[in-house]
Write a protein that binds this ligand. Structure first.
Ligand SMILES: [Zn+2]
Length: 469
């Protein structure tokens, strides 16, 4: 009987139906790869004020002006803290707003890895069917693809009904607080009605979803929250020549051990469960038996997921100890020892929840917990898998990759999108670029590159996406 139920459930998995109509758009991609390569040649490494070189950002801005004259004629362009670009294309009077995010800044390349690059990271080489260099996947490809699509669309004389915002941050990799966040705060202060936000995020996962052989478009509908705390362990006073029982450093290490032994609870729910529901119909039979019968196999699946860092991160709030400090001298007992711990908060938890968990874990008698740093964020609300934002995305993806399976998922990292979640919950973090696990390593790693064919598809995606508004 049990076996029959398991098999019947596995066999009756039904595909989610795509209801959108396709939309054919003629898009020219002539010279687009070369223009992306040109953008890569500006080493726009996220600046730490005030001493850093911001000239590459200025040159990239001038390059955008030259390359996309029509956008610069029609849109109003604002500069935020001199470097972030905020383009506004006015829609009909009283219209609501749609936001497209991307970022111009890139992470630096470690000196020691320079020789491992097939083409130097800032040379902007087009070769063997790829555009090579730092920023081709994170995230100049989105900046340039949005501009390519918008330029052609506006050139046709079209104008949007909704007011469109292109926000190209200059400090996403270091928190976005001087760029995208300033724009989001201003939009909130002005009470703008925002329908949807589109940002970078997850990708078309090739061979990354268990049991699914075909590529899956993973749409980030939420991102984890972010909190850093200092755990201060107090020690008994004394002399290093006669160390007492209660040492601050030992208490701090006990705290770290406790964090590891008693992590915040894991569960298979929210976006992860939704992803499994959507992909189950396309899984091979063995996996389908498992994932279509979570009522029985949930503990087994969860056990597997918590055993791997990458899947553990999607089922629970994680704690990463990153810094330690205590005595300034080798022969002086510290009165206190301080450990810094970085939390990534699952959507089912909250900043308060993390602080309460620490309170229970670490007795007040010996420990004090202090949130630190200007970067602090609750987990984002879940974007809907219906409504105009999602339908526009679905139509645009389907146009470029017909029949592609789409499934919601969660970002475990942070992107500029989180600054906008107070304006609408319909924030979609997705770039339809096919990637294998090897490709994912190239982001912030060595030999970052994008296939010219995939980049051209990205331009077509934005061309259809823009036309929905
Ligand atoms: Zn990025």
């Amino acid at each position: 009987m049990l076996v029959a139920v398991l098999l019947i459930r596995a066999m009756t998995a039904q595909d989610h139906e795509v209801r959108v109509e396709p939309m054919d758009v003629a898009v020219s991609v002539d010279g687009a790869a070369e223009r992306l390569a040109q953008a890569i040649r500006e080493p726009t490494i996220s600046p730490w004020y005030p001493e850093d070189d911001v000239e590459p950002f200025v040159r990239l801005r001038e390059f955008l002006e030259e390359s996309f004259p029509r956008v610069h004629e029609v849109a109003e362009r604002r500069l935020v803290n001199d470097l972030t670009l905020h383009y506004v294309i006015e829609g009909d009077p009283g219209s609501s707003h749609v936001v497209f995010l991307a970022h111009m800044d890139v992470v630096p390349v470690e000196e020691t890895t320079l020789s491992e690059w097939t083409h130097p990271p800032f040379d902007g080489v087009v070769a063997d069917g790829f555009v090579w260099g730092r920023g081709t996947l994170d995230n100049k490809q989105n900046v340039m693809a949005i501009m390519e699509a918008a330029e052609q669309w506006l050139e046709e004389g079209a104008r949007p009904e909704h007011t469109l915002h292109f926000v190209f941050g200059h400090d996403e990799e270091v928190g976005g607080t001087r760029g995208a966040k300033v724009v989001a705060d201003e939009m909130k202060a002005n009470g703008l009605e925002v329908v949807a936000v589109f940002d970078e995020g997850l990708v078309i996962a090739d061979g990354l979803v268990p049991g699914v052989d075909e590529p899956v478009g993973l749409v980030g509908i939420t991102e984890k929250g972010y909190l850093t705390v200092e755990i201060v362990a107090r020690g008994d006073g004394g002399h290093a020549s006669m160390p007492p029982e209660g040492l601050a450093v030992v208490r701090l290490s006990e705290a770290m051990q406790r964090l590891r032994d008693h992590p915040m609870p894991a569960a298979l729910d929210g976006p992860t469960e939704m992803m499994l529901e959507r992909t189950a119909p396309r899984m091979n039979f063995g996996y389908r038996v498992l994932f279509r019968n979570l009522w029985l196999f949930r503990p087994v699946v969860l056990g597997q997921m918590t055993a791997q860092p990458s899947t553990n991160a999607v089922v629970r709030t994680t704690a990463a100890p990153t810094m330690l400090r205590a005595s300034p001298r080798e022969n002086v007992l510290p009165q206190q020892a301080v450990g810094t711990v970085n939390f990534r908060i699952h959507p089912r938890d909250s900043i308060d929840g993390v602080l309460r968990y620490l309170e229970e874990l670490l007795p007040e008698e010996y420990y004090q917990v202090e949130p630190i740093g200007e970067m602090r964020a609750e987990p984002s609300p879940l974007a809907r898998l219906e409504g105009p934002g999602y339908e526009a995305l679905e139509r645009a993806v389907t146009q470029v990759y017909p029949g592609l399976l789409l499934a919601p998922n969660m970002l475990v990292g942070a992107a500029d999108a989180r600054h906008f979640t107070g304006l609408t919950s319909d924030v979609y973090r997705f770039q339809p670029i096919p990637m294998t696990s090897r490709d994912l390593e190239r982001i912030h790693g060595t030999d970052e590159r994008i296939a010219v064919e995939h980049y051209e598809a990205l331009i077509r995606y934005y061309a259809v996406l823009l036309r929905q508004w």
